[in-house]
Each structure stands twice: as C-alpha cells, then as structure tokens.
Design a protein around this ligand. Structure first.
Ligand code: LLP
Length: 427
C-alpha cells in the first residue's frame, strides 16, 4: 500500500495507529510521520537506480534539510542512506543519528571556516564547493589542520527547472554554484591548491520538479563537463546529481516516475564510470508526513466561512511562502456534507491562510484534520512566531508511535530571552 494514511472504520489512521489517539495523547498541532512510507520511498528510489544503472556505484545521501529529525535520519541510515547536509548543525544531526562520516556530503553556499574545520575533523566524504572564495577558505582550513578536503565543485548548468521560482536554483541568475562555462578554469585552480583533492562534479537545479526534461538537459551538460575535465587531466570519479524529484501534493496529481528519472540518469551519466551521488529530500519524506490540527472555531464571515485552526503559518509555512496547496483529510471519514471555506490559522497576518475557497468536508469546532504531504519542509521550517510553541513530531511504526520531538514548554521558550542588567530594576 503506498498511502499509509487510510480510513479504517470511519477514522483516519497512520499505519495501524488512529490519528485521534495521537491528537489526544500528544495534543495538536503535531507532525506525524509513517516509517513504512519513509522506507518505501527510499526503496523505490534505490531500486529504480539499481535497475536502470545496474553497473554503476551509487550513494543516496538523504537531504537532511527536508526533515532533520534524528528519528527520521536514523530510519534512513538503517537502510543504508548517507546524508547531504548544509550546516554544522545538520552535520551534527547526521552523526548523532549514526550516519558514517564517509556517507556525508556537505553542500551550501556559505560554509564558514568553523563549519569546514568541524567537517574535516569529522572525516566527511566530500565538500560540494560553490565558489572560488569558498575554495580558498577550504584550502587554507584543511592545510592548516594538516588534512585534505575531497571536493566536487557545484556547477550551475543554466537550466530552467520549470518549478516554483522560489525553489529554482539552476539558472544563471541564481546564487548557486559556479557558471558551467567557467568551470574548467576553477578546476585548474583547485588542482593546485594545498589541502584540496578534486574528486568530482556536483549540481542541483531545483526542487519539486515534476517535468523531468530539465534533469536531462542539466545531467547531459554535467556529462560533457566530466569528459572535458578528464581531458584536462583531472581525476573525476564522482558525480553528485543533487535532489529535486517532485511529489504529488493532491490525490489526482501524477507524480514524476523514479524509473523515468533513473533512465535519464543512466543515459546521461551512466556510462562515465563515476560513482553517482543523489540528494533526494522531498521525494523520501514529503508524503510520509502530515500535520494534524484541530478546529478552534468555525466563523461565518461576510459571504465566507472561516475554519480557524490551532495550527498556523509558523507550523507549516509552505502555503504562505510558496503558494503551496496541501490536501486536507478529516479525522472522521467524510459523510458527504461539504462546505466551502477558508482554512486559516490564528496568527495576526492575512498570509496565515492554508487554503482559500476550499471545498472540504463539513467540520465543527474540536474536529481534527490533517494537512497531507507535509513531511518535507514542514517541521524544519517551523518557527515560534507569535510566541507559539515549536511544533512537536511523532513517528509511527506499525501499531506503535513515539514522540520524536517533544512540544516545547513556555519555560523553554521564554528562558531563551534575558533581561539586561540595566533593565533589571523595576524603575
Ligand atoms: N541538494 C541541495 C543542494 C538542495 O539545495 C536541496 C534543496 C536538495 C538537495 C533537496 O531537494 P529535494 O529533493 O527536497 O527537492 N523549502 C522549499 C524547498 C527548498 C529546497 C531547497 N534545496 C519547499 O518547501 O518547497
């Protein structure tokens, strides 16, 4: 079964656990993840690659930014996944979850020297370098520690990912990588630097790609570059193809096929004899998670109905930030009565709206509902705006579940602030 969020006896379950149980025991809002779905998605991706490119060595480095909960990383690490990280914090999470350093790749446009030193000492597999100044800083840091950094250089292939502008990264105007046309010069430079060992080429063109043709274009450009770099005398044994494979956000959306993606990989870079690295995030965890919330009020406005929830844009920012639409499922199986409503949170901003003019099953105060497809870029982008507590997370596995991030307390949250000495006295 692909969808692990199903109705049983009229009530929504995650695997064998009733979501009403989770809502009652942990409270709402809360993120809920299905282990079975996580494992399935990882397997689907790995098997697509294994069958399209049987003779190619590859490593799937789950992109931790999509969902960095230690329990999620550990679940994937147990299946053999490595991780793609973009900060010392994410690197620490990978290590804490038990990912071996030789399966960790470090991406990101703004790595600091402190972060580089930490990663070098941890012995990670590779740095994906995004600029010449970063290359120099890495060379100095590594040489200073008497260590060598294995690197790829992220090239910007100038391909339109045909996705939302805010999550597109592979066009010349984006801040990511080195223009592919300048790559040979930069590699020549890198080869001469102390503390640096060039091992490969890296690219990532964007996220939530549903049309696969941009991958084909970008990977073909990367393949040409690998050939040119080898001609120049570089030993290119790694190609990191980034992440980006999209997922369905509504029941009728047709997801891009991992097999078709793997076929593109095979025909563009499969023959080059390099180890391939993949950095999928959303595809692994997106449909494995949902945000549960409760209806606080149903308010009839001027010709509109507002369903006011206890979750808000601070818990799930994707609708406000990317105009994302997340499918809604009610805890009780819909009996047929529908309403048209705006689904909103309690935050004092008009953008705190999950859906406008949404045709949805009729709900009343106290009812629980779920935002589906919220496993990726949900909890990780949550904040405490409006001094709302950071949202907790629950992992389900079969008929058991565990709180894998506890709800913050007001003491935790207020305790982070401090009153300076000059304000300590009352007057
Ligand atoms: N590798 C790199 C270098 C990345 O920048 C990203 C995502 C990934 C891998 C993983 O991409 P995925 O497979 O998940 O598409 N917050 C946005 C998405 C931002 C993606 C940023 N980079 C959203 O909620 O849609």
């Amino acid at each position: 079964m692909t969808d692990q969020f199903q109705y049983r006896d009229g009530h929504l379950h995650v695997e064998d656990v009733a979501i009403a149980d989770i809502a009652d025991r942990v409270g709402t809002p809360v993120y809920v993840y299905s282990s079975a779905m996580l494992r399935r998605q990882y397997r689907v991706f790995a098997m697509a690659l294994a069958s399209a490119c049987p003779d190619v060595e590859s490593l799937i480095c789950y992109s931790v930014k999509a969902n960095s909960n230690l329990a999620i990383i550990r679940t994937l690490a147990r299946m053999g996944a490595g991780v793609d990280v973009v900060s010392e914090g994410e690197l620490r999470r990978g290590l804490a979850a038990g990912v071996p350093p030789e399966k960790i790749v470090f991406s990101g446009v703004g790595k600091t020297r402190t972060e580089m030193a930490f990663a070098l000492q941890a012995g990670i597999r590779q740095f994906n370098v995004e600029s010449e100044p970063e290359l120099e800083a890495l060379s100095e840091t590594a040489a200073g520690l008497g260590l060598t950094a294995a690197i790829t250089i992220r090239v910007n292939p100038d391909v339109d990912a045909l996705t939302h502008a805010k999550i597109s990264t592979g066009k010349a105007e984006n801040k990511f990588g080195i223009p592919i046309g300048r790559a040979r010069d930069v590699y020549a430079r890198a080869a001469k630097l102390p503390g640096i060992r060039v091992i490969g080429v890296d690219l990532h063109i964007g996220s939530q790609l549903t049309d696969l043709s941009p991958f084909e274009k970008a990977f073909a450009r990367a393949a040409d570059l690998v050939v040119a770099l080898r001609d120049d005398g570089h030993e290119i044994n790694t190609i990191d193809l980034g992440g980006g494979l999209g997922i369905p956000y509504s029941p009728d959306a047709v997801p891009p096929s991992p097999d078709a993606y793997a076929a593109i990989v095979s025909r563009t870079v499969g023959h080059l004899g390099a180890t391939l690295i993949f950095e999928p995030g959303r595809m692994i965890v997106g449909n494995a998670g949902a945000l549960l919330s409760r209806v606080i009020y149903v308010k009839d406005g001027d010709g509109r109905t507002f369903v006011i929830l206890d979750s808000a844009m601070n818990d799930l920012v994707r609708p406000a930030m990317y105009d994302a639409v997340h499918e809604i499922r009610t805890e009780r199986q819909p009996q047929g009565e529908m309403i048209r409503a705006d689904l909103v949170g309690p935050i004092c901003e008009s953008t705190d709206t999950f859906a406008r003019d949404c045709d949805m099953p009729s709900v009343a105060a106290g009812d629980t509902l779920c935002f589906m497809g919220a496993g990726a870029y949900g909890a990780v982008m949550a904040s405490t705006y409006n001094t709302r507590l950071l949202v907790p997370e629950v992992l389900v596995d079969g008929d058991r579940f565990a709180v894998v991030r506890a709800r913050q307390t007001f003491d935790d949250l207020l305790g982070l602030d401090a009153i300076p000495s000059w304000l300590e006295q009352d007057s």
